[in-house]
Design a protein around this ligand. Structure first.
Ligand code: SAM
Length: 268
């Protein structure tokens, strides 16, 4: 039986909190050292190109699903005036606070612990840009409500910039022995995935985790949910390179599916 939206997001928060220590062990020493550089920017490739085209300088930006805030900090280093990072995981945000402190970015970066679906009203129509990057929308049970939140955050003329794993990628399964990833699932399954094998996408370490739930949203569902929330598509690029560390062998496959996408949506 399907759970309520809140039951899904509450369960996922527990699993993400649990993953924070795993990510930190693999990642935080290098990340914290890198963050001392005022030019630290971890955004790269098409998402960086797109952000530079739409312009970040002096803007007010909110990132939804900011995790440890490495990308939120990058926005500040690219010249944003004010950056708000939102995540449901208190554990990842604790690492984010440490990162922002090390970078000396407290004056420009605010981190908020909240479920995306329950953001405080004070943020309504406050932002020039909403940023969403790799691996957020697949955790969200209700796309329509998500894009309504995005729309409510934007000033008139504001923009959503999104970089995500391509939904076609979710048809594939990794080979546990490091061989070739193969398509195993229908693009049209509409599946809710319950997993208990952990959320470590840095070292792909598996561990018995709290149950977490992800959703196979098709591309037409993503686009139509955004359009239904009065957002207008102004840029859409499919990516032929790995952005997620999931089935990354496909980047070098002679029969390559789309691996990611970057899109920009404009609010009226
Ligand atoms: C894959 S991580 C994002 C990683 C980030 N793009 C990066 O590259 O550093 C997904 C994040 O979304 C957050 N998240 C998932 N569902 C959420 C929700 N309903 N509200 C707020 N955050 C959520 C998780 O806690 C997690 O930190």
């Amino acid at each position: 039986m399907r759970k309520t939206r809140k039951e899904y997001t509450d369960a996922n928060r527990v699993a993400w909190d649990e993953a924070a220590a795993k990510h930190a062990a693999h990642n935080n020493a290098a990340l914290f050292a890198a963050a001392r550089d005022p030019d630290f920017v971890c955004l790269q490739g098409e998402i960086l190109n797109t952000l530079q085209q739409v312009g970040v300088d002096a803007k007010q930006i909110i990132q939804l699903g900011c995790n440890n805030a490495r990308e939120t900090l990058s926005l500040r280093n690219l010249g944003a005036a004010r950056c708000v990072g939102v995540d449901a995981s208190a554990e990842f945000l604790a690492h984010g606070h440490e990162l922002i402190r090390i970078a000396g970015a407290e004056a420009q970066v605010e981190l908020v612990e909240a479920d995306i679906y329950e953001l405080p009203q004070k943020f309504a129509a406050e932002f020039d840009l909403v940023l969403v990057t790799i691996g957020v929308i697949s955790w969200l049970p209700d796309l329509k409500a998500f894009f309504e939140v995005v729309r409510s955050l934007l000033k008139p003329g504001g923009q959503l910039v999104m970089q995500e794993m391509h939904p076609v990628l979710f048809m594939y399964e990794e080979d546990p022995d490091g061989g070739v990833s193969v398509p195993r699932y229908s693009y049209f399954s509409g599946e809710v995935w319950e997993e208990t094998s952990g959320l470590d996408y840095y070292a792909n370490e598996t561990y018995e985790s709290a149950p977490n739930y992800s959703f196979m949203h098709r591309l037409d569902e993503i686009l139509m949910a955004a359009i239904a929330s009065d957002l207008q598509l102004s840029r859409f690029v499919e990516l032929d390179y790995d952005i997620s560390n999931f089935c990354s062998d496909l980047e070098h496959s002679p029969v390559k599916p789309p691996l990611g996408f970057v899109m920009v949506m404009n609010a009226q």
